[in-house]
Design a binder for this molecule. Sequence first.
Ligand code: PHE
Ligand code: FE
Length: 296
Amino acid sequence: MNAVPQRVEHQMTDKGYVPVYTTAVVEQPWDQYTETDHQVWATLFERQQKILVGRASDEFLRTQQAMGMSAGRIPKFDDLNRMLRAATGWELIGVEGLLPELTFFEHLANRRFPVTWWIRKPEQLDYLAEPDLFHDLFGHVPLLMNPVFADYMAAYGAGGVKAHGIGPEALVNLTRLYWYTVEFGLIREAGGLRIYGAGILSSKGESIHCLESAAPNRIGFDMERIMRTRYRIDTYQKTYFVIDSYEQLMDATRPDFTPIYARLATQESFPAGQVLDTDTVYNRGTGEGWLSDGDV
Ligand code: PHE
Ligand code: FE
């Protein structure tokens, strides 16, 4: 039997019945992982390890190794937590899946990173619509060992609590920042552009596409510009934003966003694939394969 997420109930919405996850923090039920679960972890881990050489940020590869994650078995949160707490004060907590926004922000602000405890099924190796253990653990967790990135994530959580109090438009702006950095960010390193976004790091197809395809735009990081830019949730990104360093990310997001949200509320958003005159362009995408609708 495969370990399955325990969905507490289903709720009727305009999209039909959708699962509602418990917000509870759960012990990682490590003994309940099946051989199939460990095998899925091993297959994905080995596959990404190979693909990410020369593609992932040096700092990601370094921190991943320092944490001692390996293909053999699904890591135990307790083991990773000993190292994480010592390095940056972060810890992992087990959850069933996506959390309500405010709950998620509060965890981050307190240096708790929620990790979905269950792993995808063998027939979902290449894609699933929601985060699972592989995405959360392989993609997000290593960089929490880096002090600057660790501070960025905690500051983001505190900023999320604040934006939540300001209103839904502020949250939209802040969520775009998360999407284009934490999930789909690129970084410029000595060897060239590299990946640090977890949504890319946990995806075989996008790991190659984001760096090697001529289709997407690759544009220099610009915080307010990102907060105005819509994104894709069901296809590869049309645009990737490139930071020069993790310090740049931290420094750019230090100011109080309250006046920025007020200004952005009066401005139009940009389509996901648009290039502006003011952009620093590393690659102007050909747009090949882009769907004309569906930016969120
Ligand atoms: N400085 C931001 C604010 O005042 C918070 C933040 C920090 C947001 C880091 C994102 C990343 O809202
Ligand atoms: Fe994620």
